[in-house]
Design a protein around this ligand. Sequence first.
Ligand SMILES: *Cc1c(COP(=O)(O)O)cnc(C)c1O
Length: 384
Amino acid sequence: MSSSRPQWSKRSLTAQAMGHVDPITKAVVPPIHVATTYIRDEDNAYSSGYVYGRPDNATVREAEGVLAMLEEAQAGALLFSSGMAAATAVFQALNPGDHIVASKVMYWALRSWLMTEAVRWGLKVDFVETDDLDALKAAVVPGKTKMVWVETPSNPLWTITDIAAAADIAHAAGARLAVDSTTASPVHTRPLSLGADIVMHAATKILNGHSDVVAGVLAGAKVDEFWDKVASIRKMQGAILGPFEAYLLMRGMRTLHLRTAAQARTAMDLAERFSAHPKIARVLYPGLPQHPGHDIAARQMEGGFGYMLSIQLTDGEAAAIRAAARVHLWKRATSLGGVESLIEHRASIEGPGTPCPPDLLRLSAGIEAVDDLFRDLDEALRVG
Ligand SMILES: *Cc1c(COP(=O)(O)O)cnc(C)c1O
């Protein structure tokens, strides 16, 4: 990780991946470090700081340096082999009997893990609408609740939780606040500056941005016993990201600021145009003034409202599945944050018990021409 304090803007530092130059060849792109083991010095020390590939890797550290800079994370950042590996490491650092309060509307796989595996670990989990601060306040139990987990904007309704207020509530009860900021990106929201203790991203999504890496990251507000425990879990459980994936992620992040700006602009434009569409009953996007979380989003998000939106169709579930089947330019696939726009009928993939409305299509705005994206979906909606 770079020890020099950034003098340039985050955009400049990200574009140059912190400006590292290979000291031997002067290459502007650092090499990928693939070694699993390192030479011990004659005096038996490891002066480079590297010992073995499971705890640590130089290419991974370089990507972590960019992420720590973006999140202004004093504890630094830790890259994991997936977003789920990053998120679950936070919960595994808790102790049996600890109480967790989590957003009711959140990434489906993590919600499933919390309902099944976390319970087997002896953790107690309550799900509340964390955008309702009174409900959050009522759910935390002082002394018992150790973690409040918030996703904002949250999948797939893009509900907005007030991070600063949630941090106050968590801290007053003696709990930590962790924020899944995947759909906000470090460009639009900085949870640590709003009082969160840990920020998590599925780097699989907009951070990498090209739908070709699975990765997760945690960034910490400060080094303490809990953060050390999380780091130790990554090391002992072997959940570190591979060096080639770290390289691809760093390459993807060089254009992060361009992509987030373009994708948020497209999402906003589509949200506005679809608001007036006869086949659409409701557009869910925090950038729209009528979205219930708009005022808070306008306060806590900078430079845009993110790349994710959802639409609910006037003709219901069958019409939604039909429309998704008829698009050409939009790609009918799960996931989000890539340069190609994706469309998905969420209820189908989440299955029974999902809080996702059946008539909802989730849209991940990419970087294609917005007129093409509008026309393609407009035509798919109008047939039948
Ligand atoms: C994708 C995603 C995750 C999980 O990340 P993986 O890399 O798929 O494990 C967690 N939270 C959100 C909001 C996501 O979109």
